[in-house]
Design a protein around this ligand. Sequence first.
Ligand SMILES: [Zn+2]
Length: 345
Amino acid sequence: MKEQLEALKNEALDKINACSSLDALEPLQSELLGKKSKLSEVLKSLKSLSVEEKKTIGQLANQIKKSLADSFQAKKDELSDSFSASGEGFDITLPGKKPVRGALHPVTQLLYQLNDAFRSIGFEVYSPPEISSELFDFDSLNFPDDHPARESMDTYWLRGYEDKIGKERLCLRPHLTGGSVRYMLENKPPFRFVYPGRVYRNESTDAGHERAFYQYEALIVDKEVPFSSGRLLVDTILECVFGKKVKTRMRSGFFPFVEPGFEIDMECQVCAGKGCSVCGRTGWVEMMPGGPPHPNVLRAGGLDPAEWQGFYINIGLDRLVMMKHGIDDIRLLHSGDLRFLSQFA
Ligand SMILES: [Zn+2]
């Protein structure tokens, strides 16, 4: 019986080794090791043997079974490897899985673009805190005591600080300009710096207004700052953003922190000046208030107005993004809706 088993083993190994495909190997496994295999037949006939023989033949039969199973596995691995190496069964034309990619928000993209443009002409980028105070955002900026922006209808005052005054009365900054006074107090003139960021206003929202939005402000302070350099700065920014000359108009405007104050409007790029919901049907959008700092503001920043002059510009960053991309509702920008935002990735 031993010889019979050895012969069975050699015959099976020859068959396994001769196998050249996975399709042929599979049926061979049940033929050689299955319940109806010759090996199983031999094992069934062990009953008729003596106890001693049962032991030795049984052991041998199990060893053979195991070595055949190992050979099957080895052959299977070998055939699988050569199958994938040959490229068979692998369709290289099937589309792959795209990795999910994040991207910068369109407001952030423009903010970085402006930072780069300003850095390239020697400006510093400054980040004042978002929680500010009545001192920096109103008193230092020459706001009269009864100015409506001081009241809660416009400014978010921090709970618990309502009864305080000046430096102690804290708020979410309603504009960036207060940050310029901080900078002036911390640095020595002359200055050229920008300070972008989010500001907060307690007002009702519509297509052109949000409660939290972005501004981008720049201030130059030097011994002499001609008015024309401010205008040049504005044109440079708009050209950098839109890649072309943009129609602008200047109007005189009143802002407590500038003297004289002016307002720059640009032609609405959403409707090309025809009138839409963003521009209030006028064809023009208020882009930037600006002008030379009021002497009281320079004084609040620790500078002598007889010695130093300056020029502010304040850009509504969200509006600029809306103009650039033709977006007709500011609320879309802050909705967090990825279907909308992924267009700008
Ligand atoms: Zn328009």
